[in-house]
Design a protein around this ligand. Structure first.
Ligand SMILES: NC(=O)c1ccc[n+]([C@@H]2O[C@H](COP(=O)([O-])OP(=O)(O)OC[C@H]3O[C@@H](n4cnc5c(N)ncnc54)[C@H](OP(=O)(O)O)[C@@H]3O)[C@@H](O)[C@H]2O)c1
Length: 299
């Protein structure tokens, strides 16, 4: 890029996407390197998330724990939610040790009273609620064809993956509205868009998450709350280890899973986190699902 000074009119957006400030910014430094650009993007993200309150369900491990860390780095106040107390407190301790702000609230997202208490906790502890990442989910019992499915598998998978997201949004939305607007991201999956043999109920549950997401987006668009979904491919987390086993050597199931992605590998929770943060922060995206799948669903 040729060296030149730039003068740009930028708009600093509130969490709901309403324009809060419109300043003429004269940039005296040449835009010559990637580091400068990256720093500027980080600064803009900090403007978006600084002192904002975010709830993350399923933050005791995997993708949710990574998003909790990264939003805390952007100076958000993070409510870490999940059922496992020790793991949740460990996530909070490592965020606090790194200079961030976070608190754990033990929550089973299938229990409405606990979900309401989670939202009340966020509002009482940090003074409001601006963002939520509804990420708690389970894979159910993989390997059953439709004719082998059980009511128990249906109830567990649909309760956590669908009812949990519904209850979370039900109680988060009024708190976000009362705080002046904001955004929600729900965790879907590539199988929210395509089928997968042996995973009927997980597939159905993630299709339902996308339906809930689009509908909530329509219902709250005019009120300043955006609602989107992220749809990861296979991501290296405890869930994938449960699915294909821990071993990375001579593991045909793991190799098969990696081979589904045109990029030739599974993804990382950091790669999903970048997409979640982009969806939370972008003021004109709502009702969308962003795939983070190494090209899986492009095939
Ligand atoms: N890893 C992948 O390949 C992949 C791909 C696509 C989508 N996803 C989705 O990504 C999300 C996160 O999964 P992950 O891969 O990070 O696996 P993970 O490490 O197993 O995380 C799952 C999280 O969900 C929480 N959770 C489960 N049931 C819950 C309940 N009833 N109430 C509250 N929290 C609950 C767990 O916390 P507690 O056990 O402490 O409650 C845990 O923090 C899930 O929705 C999953 O379906 C994952």
């Amino acid at each position: 890029m040729p060296e030149k000074h730039r003068c740009a009119r930028i708009k600093v957006l509130g969490t709901s996407g309403r324009v809060r400030d419109d300043r003429l910014v004269t940039n005296k430094r040449p835009l010559t390197n990637q580091t400068t650009n990256n720093n500027r993007i980080t600064d803009l993200m900090k403007n978006t998330f600084q002192n904002k309150v975010v709830i993350i369900t399923g933050a005791t491990s995997g993708i949710g724990a990574t998003v909790a860390h990264e939003l805390a780095t952007l100076r958000a106040k993070v409510v870490v939610a999940g059922r496992r107390q020790q793991e949740g407190e460990a996530v909070v301790a490592s965020i606090v040790a790194a200079g961030g702000t976070a608190a754990f609230v033990k929550t089973d997202t299938t229990n409405e009273a606990e979900v309401k208490a989670m939202v009340d906790f966020a509002v009482k502890t940090y003074g409001g609620l601006h963002f939520a990442f509804n990420n708690a989910g389970v894979e159910g019992t993989p390997g059953l064809t439709v004719d082998q499915q059980t009511v128990e598998n249906y109830r567990q998978t649909m309760d956590i993956n669908v009812l949990g997201v519904l209850l979370s949004m039900k109680h988060e939305l009024p708190a976000i509205l009362a705080s002046g607007g904001g955004a929600i991201v729900n965790t879907s999956s590539v199988v929210g868009q395509i089928g997968m043999a042996g995973m009927a109920l997980y597939v159905a549950s993630k299709h339902a998450v996308e339906g809930l997401t689009k509908t909530a987006a329509l219902e709250f668009a005019k009120q300043g709350v955006r609602v989107n979904a992220v749809a990861p491919g296979a991501i290296q987390t405890p869930m994938v280890n449960r699915f294909v086993g821990e071993s990375t050597e001579n593991n045909p199931q793991r190799d098969w899973l990696a081979s589904q992605h045109p990029v030739g590998r599974v993804g990382t929770s950091e790669e999903v986190s970048q997409a979640v943060i982009a969806l939370l922060g972008n003021s004109f995206i709502t009702g969308a699902t962003l795939t983070v799948d190494g090209g899986w669903t492009a095939q």
